[in-house]
Structure formats: structure tokens, C-alpha cells
Design a protein around this ligand. Structure first.
Ligand code: GDP
Length: 350
């Protein structure tokens, strides 16, 4: 029966069309952040960064650091909903001959995407030849211990109320905090959270950040996390530039949906970015007209990855970007997204 099929085809097409309209509406009203709000947040972050540079240079002139810099979605037009957070990258300088990196898959923990940083040549260059020896635990550079050094400084010895009053902000370290975070209130109803992110750039260009593994922190305490953020964000942007595509808007929609929906909070920007990059390998049409189709396909792909318990990093497939989720979290995320497939509009109501 041809006519029945045609009618349901048309109905499906109408639904897609209205989903598309809703996605754009939601994008304009909830996802995108006004330029002025972003500018104020960037300004506050920059003021804090400048103060910290002055303080660290004065107080610890021999701490081997490269210049700190700000980074994150606020700086790549990928932040969504509210301009409320940024990362302050703190690159440590390590002596090449004294430290080496070991990929997680070559250790007993067997976790690709994480690394150990081992102290070398202790017999010729004993402890305290490297400034960072003070953060050595069991022969390895401990990201936790590095964070503690900064925590003591930033939370303990900087007079934030005084600096805040000069800058006309209210600044306080967030306690307790897994990472080291400053809360900056830059207007009565506007807050910005700035995370300190110590960073190692290895000789081959690998970036390692001091952000602990979420599970079994004890056993994984010395692991540094490889960061793919710069490369994965650049790849997504380059693909959009080649064909005028909507991959970035699609990512921002997905990020906003996950931020606004408590059941999806556990999905982060990196997982969503990589799910889109993987989808790009199979799907070429990222025109505006295809947005609703691609958005649905992204949800479906995520359900599939969750069912498999595995989301490979597009830039390094051995890395499983779901490896820090518990089985229960995987189930809950999968269930929520599976239900959303039959009512995607439900994700856009808040
Ligand atoms: P958003 O916070 O969801 O908007 O996503 P972002 O793209 O800004 O990612 C920020 C998160 O990625 C933070 O949790 C960081 O700890 C983590 N991250 C990993 N690598 C990097 C990096 O190289 N730069 C920054 N800024 N964040 C990174």
C-alpha cells in the first residue's frame, strides 16, 4: 500500500522540520551566550590571571613555569548557556634528562589516555636536582602533589579579599574542590569559576594535565591525563570551515542539553566532540537543513557507544572516553538518551 507509507513519510518529515525549528529556537534562546556577557567573563578571568602572574613571579621566582594562559570553551566560542567557567593553564617546565613519560597501557593499570611521569637518573642527579622533585611520590611525578603546591599558594597565601577589592570583584577559593578553583563574583548575579590546570608538554608534543582519574583515585593517584582538547576542537572547527557545516552548533546544542538535564550531566564536552567527529567519518551532510537529522543521529550514536561501554577517542582510538563512568552511570545515561530518541523535543524543555 503506497499511500500509507507516503503519509507516514510526510508526517516524519514534518516532525523533523519542527524539531529543526525548535533546535534553532533553543539555540538562540538558551544555548548561545550574548557577546557582551562573554566579554565580561573573559575580562574577569584575565584580571585574575594577571594578578596571579605578578604574585607567582614575586613570591616564587625560581619555580620553573612557562607563562600561564587562559583556555577552554569560553575562548573558542564553544561555551554554552552561561559564561561561567574557564581554565587557567599552568605549564610546568621539566628537565628533559630527568623525567620521562610512560603511556598508561604499558603500566599495570593498563589505562590508555593516562601517563606516568618517571624520575630518571636519580643516581647521578639525586633528589632536589629538579625543582619538581618535591612533588615526587614513589619515583613518579604526582599530579596530586603538584596541585597541592598550588593549592597552598593560591588558597593559603594570596590575599584574595585585598586583590578583589582592588579589582572590584569578590574572589574566593572554592572549598572543598577536587581541582583547584577560584570563584570570582564580578557582578552581583554573575559568577565565574576559574580552574587551575597544571600542564606538562612532553617532547613529542603530548599534553598531560593534572586532572586525576575519577575512579580508584588511590591506585591511579600518579596518573597524568592526556589532553586532546586542542586537537579535537581544531579538527571540528576545520571540518565546519571546509563545508560551512553546523558541527559546532550541533556540539553546542548537545552540550547545553547535557548541562541543563541533570540525568545527562555526566557527559562532557570531550565525549560529545568525539562522538561528533566519529559521526563525521560516516556522514558528510552537515548543512543547516540536516541539523535535526544529525542531532538525532548523534543521540543514537551515543546510545550505541553507551551500550558498548566504549567511546573511542577520534584522535587515539585505543583511548576509551567512557572509562571513568561507572556501570550504573553508563546504564542511566543510555536509558535517558534512549528515551529521548522518541521524544527529542523533551530535551529542549527546561
Ligand atoms: P565545557 O567546560 O563543557 O564548556 O568544555 P571545555 O571544552 O571548555 O572543556 C573544559 C574541560 O576540559 C575541563 O574539565 C578541563 O579540565 C578539560 N580539559 C582537558 N584538556 C584541556 C585543555 O587542554 N584545556 C582546557 N581549557 N581544558 C581542558
Amino acid at each position: 500500500g503506497g499511500s500509507g507509507a507516503t503519509e507516514s513519510d510526510m508526517q516524519r518529515a514534518r516532525m523533523r522540520l519542527s524539531l529543526q525549528e525548535h533546535l534553532w529556537e533553543f539555540y538562540q534562546s538558551n544555548v548561545n551566550i550574548p557577546a557582551e556577557e562573554q566579554a565580561l567573563a573573559r575580562r574577569a578571568a584575565l584580571d585574575i590571571c594577571a594578578e596571579l602572574r605578578v604574585f607567582l613571579h614575586a613570591k616564587l621566582p625560581d619555580m620553573p613555569l612557562r607563562e600561564m594562559y587562559l583556555s577552554g570553551s569560553l575562548y573558542d566560542e564553544l561555551q554554552v548557556v552561561t559564561a561561567d567557567h574557564a581554565q587557567l593553564m599552568v605549564p610546568l617546565i621539566l628537565e628533559k634528562n630527568l623525567w620521562s613519560s610512560i603511556p598508561g597501557e604499558d603500566t599495570i593499570m593498563n589505562v590508555p589516555g593516562f601517563w606516568l611521569v618517571r624520575r630518571e637518573n636519580l643516581e647521578y642527579f639525586p633528589r632536589s636536582n629538579s625543582y619538581w622533585d618535591r612533588c615526587m611520590v614513589g619515583g613518579y611525578l604526582s599530579p596530586k602533589s603538584v596541585l597541592e603546591v598550588f593549592d597552598k599558594l593560591v588558597a593559603g597565601s594570596i590575599n584574595w579579599p585585598a586583590i578583589g577589592s582592588v579589582l572590584d570583584y569578590i574572589i574566593r577559593p572554592v572549598v572543598p574542590s577536587e581541582t583547584l578553583t577560584l570563584e570570582v563574583q564580578y557582578e552581583t548575579d554573575r559568577r565565574l569559576y576559574v580552574d587551575f590546570l597544571p600542564l606538562l608538554v612532553m617532547e613529542d608534543g603530548t599534553s598531560l594535565i593534572a586532572k586525576p582519574h575519577r575512579l580508584a583515585a588511590e591506585r591511579h593517584g600518579n596518573l597524568w591525563r592526556q589532553s586532546f582538547r586542542v586537537a579535537e576542537t581544531a579538527r571540528l572547527r576545520a571540518l565546519d570551515q571546509e563545508d560551512g557545516g553546523v558541527r559546532c552548533p550541533c556540539l553546542k546544542l548537545a552540550k547545553a542539553v547535557c548541562k541543563l538535564n541533570p540525568a545527562l550531566n555526566r557527559l562532557n564536552a570531550s565525549q560529545l566532540t568525539n562522538a561528533i567527529l566519529l559521526l563525521c567519518e560516516k556522514e558528510g551532510d552537515w548543512t543547516q537543513e540536516a541539523l535535526a537529522d544529525r542531532f538525532l543521529q548523534l543521540l543514537r550514536a551515543l546510545v550505541g557507544h553507551l551500550e558498548a561501554g566504549r567511546l573511542p577517542c577520534a584522535l587515539s582510538p585505543k583511548v576509551n572516553l567512557f572509562c571513568e563512568l561507572t556501570e550504573q552511570e553508563v546504564d542511566e545515561l543510555g536509558y535517558t538518551l534512549y528515551c529521548a530518541l522518541s521524544d527529542p523535543e523533551g530535551l529542549l524543555r527546561d
